[in-house]
Every structure is written in structure tokens, then in C-alpha cells.
Design a protein around this ligand. Structure first.
Ligand code: PEP
Ligand code: MN
Length: 267
């Protein structure tokens, strides 16, 4: 039998850039006071982006739907005041232009994973600005479907897309979703796009967030999404999973130490 030589050194799919970007901020933008408090914390930590929901994809139509354009105005003002880039979800094609005019990054949520007309419209609206599009994986989407759907955005002329793993629906009921951490090296293997790990939505509870964030750094994520709210029990959406600014600060300091092991910086 002929012997096949297998190299001892396996490829390193975990290292792509030397910076890990954190997209932190509240699930929903609820008021100027709430958003600015989080913005101040993020900017004190020397981070570059803040996220926040203006249009919320809620399972129940009676739940808080977001402040809409009022939230976009708060985000723009907060971003300018604290020197941060802003990221928010676009839920409908009719809002593409409006959202694009207020923020630096546009998010496609898990529930719109295969809303191909929305994906095309986001590609069109960002064609000249090349603003970042953060494209979340659907709860039941395969990686092949995800990469194929990404082309609906990029074929319109914007390849500044960040893929975001946010947990899948599985048979497991202990957590809200199951985080597919394997998606990170698989995306690095199959695509040139950066991959973000959302560590707040898979678990659905705050005490699991630090563990998932540590895993995201170690697995080689290019960016991490973390929800932060000044008073999580009073949050209008996703209260149980949001970190307080104090908890977020402790976590970022720890992630910086872990990132340093891989020669990376958290920004
Ligand atoms: C969010 O980021 O607040 C959100 C609604 O995420 P997802 O689309 O992953 O549920
Ligand atoms: Mn949320």
C-alpha cells in the first residue's frame, strides 16, 4: 500500500486580520439618554462602532417595534458626539435610502436572510458609498445558502459585506439558539469575507455571553457583536441577554488579553 504524506502543520483558518472589531450597543435605541450612555462607555474603551435597533423584527406585533427615524437621528447624533461609527438593521426595502442616509453600516437580520429583493436593494443603495453591510445568517440557513445570498448584495457593486453568525434553531432547548462556532473557520476557508460572531442572540441570557465571546476570539472571528444596555431589566427588547456597561467593560478587558495571545487588537 502506498503511503500518503500528511503535513503535520494544518492551515490556520483563524487568522485573517490583526484587528477584531466589536459591534456593541443596545438591542433597540430607546432614547437619547439610553443610547448616549452606551456610546460613552464604548468610546471610553477605545472601540470604534456602536450598534442599535431602529426598526425591530419582533415575533409578536404587539411588542416594541422600534423608534424608526427618531432612533436613526439619535444614532447619528451619538455617533458624531462620541466619534463612533453606527450600525443598524434595515428591515424593509422602502427604508433602505433613509437608513443609508443616517448610519455607517447596514444590518440584514436573520429573519431577512432570504429576502432577496431586500438584499439587492441594500446592494444598490450602498453601491457608491461602499458602506458596510452586516449580513446575518438565518436560523435555518446553510453556509452554502448564506454565501449564495451574499451575492445578491455584492453583485450590485458593494463587496464590503461582513457575514454574521448568530445561532441556529436546533433540537436543543437549553438556549434560545445554538451558536455554530464552526461557521467561522468554514467561512474563512470558503470566502474572503470577514466573519462576525454575535454572542448575545444565540444564548439569549447574559451569563453565557462572556464564554461565547471568549470562544469567538479564540476561533478567529474578525468581529464580535455584543448587546449592551444601561438598564437591561427595563429594556424594550432582549433585556435578559444585554450586558450592563460595567459588565461590558470587564469583558472587553478580558477579550483584549485573549486577543493579544493571537497577536490581535480589539477595536
Ligand atoms: C438584533 O441584532 O437585534 C437582531 C434582531 O438580530 P437577529 O436578526 O440575529 O435576530
Ligand atoms: Mn437584539
Amino acid at each position: 500500500m502506498s503511503e500518503q504524506r500528511i503535513e503535520a502543520k494544518l492551515p490556520d483558518y483563524g487568522t485573517r486580520t490583526d484587528e477584531i472589531t466589536i459591534y456593541a450597543g443596545p438591542c433597540s435605541v430607546e432614547s437619547e439618554e439610553q443610547f448616549f450612555e452606551v456610546a460613552e462607555c464604548i468610546s471610553d474603551l477605545g472601540l470604534t462602532w456602536i450598534r442599535g435597533g431602529a426598526y425591530k423584527p419582533r415575533t409578536n406585533p404587539h411588542s416594541f417595534q422600534g423608534l424608526g427615524e427618531e432612533a436613526l437621528k439619535i444614532m447619528k447624533a451619538g455617533g458624531e458626539k462620541y466619534g463612533l461609527k453606527t450600525l443598524t438593521e434595515v428591515m424593509d426595502s422602502e427604508h433602505c435610502e433613509l437608513v443609508h442616509s443616517y448610519v455607517d453600516g447596514l444590518q440584514v437580520g436573520a429573519r431577512n436572510f432570504q429576502n432577496f429583493s431586500l438584499l439587492k436593494n441594500i446592494g444598490k443603495v450602498t453601491k457608491d458609498s461602499h458602506k458596510m453591510v452586516l449580513f446575518k445568517r438565518g436560523f435555518a440557513g446553510t453556509i452554502a445558502e448564506w454565501l449564495a445570498a451574499t451575492d445578491y448584495i455584492t453583485m450590485e457593486g458593494n463587496d464590503n459585506v461582513v457575514l454574521c453568525e448568530r445561532g441556529l434553531r436546533t433540537f436543543e432547548t437549553a438556549t434560545r439558539f445554538t451558536l455554530d462556532i464552526t461557521a467561522v473557520p468554514v467561512i474563512h476557508k470558503q470566502s474572503l469575507l470577514p466573519i462576525c460572531v454575535d454572542v448575545s442572540h444565540p444564548a439569549g441570557v447574559r451569563d453565557l455571553v462572556p464564554s461565547l465571546a471568549r470562544a469567538a476570539v479564540a476561533v478567529g472571528a474578525d468581529s464580535i457583536m455584543i448587546e449592551v444596555h444601561p438598564n437591561p431589566p427595563a429594556a424594550l427588547s432582549d433585556g435578559p441577554q444585554q450586558l450592563t456597561p460595567a459588565q461590558f467593560r470587564v469583558l472587553v478587558e478580558e477579550l483584549r488579553e485573549i486577543a493579544a495571545v493571537f497577536g490581535k487588537k480589539i477595536v
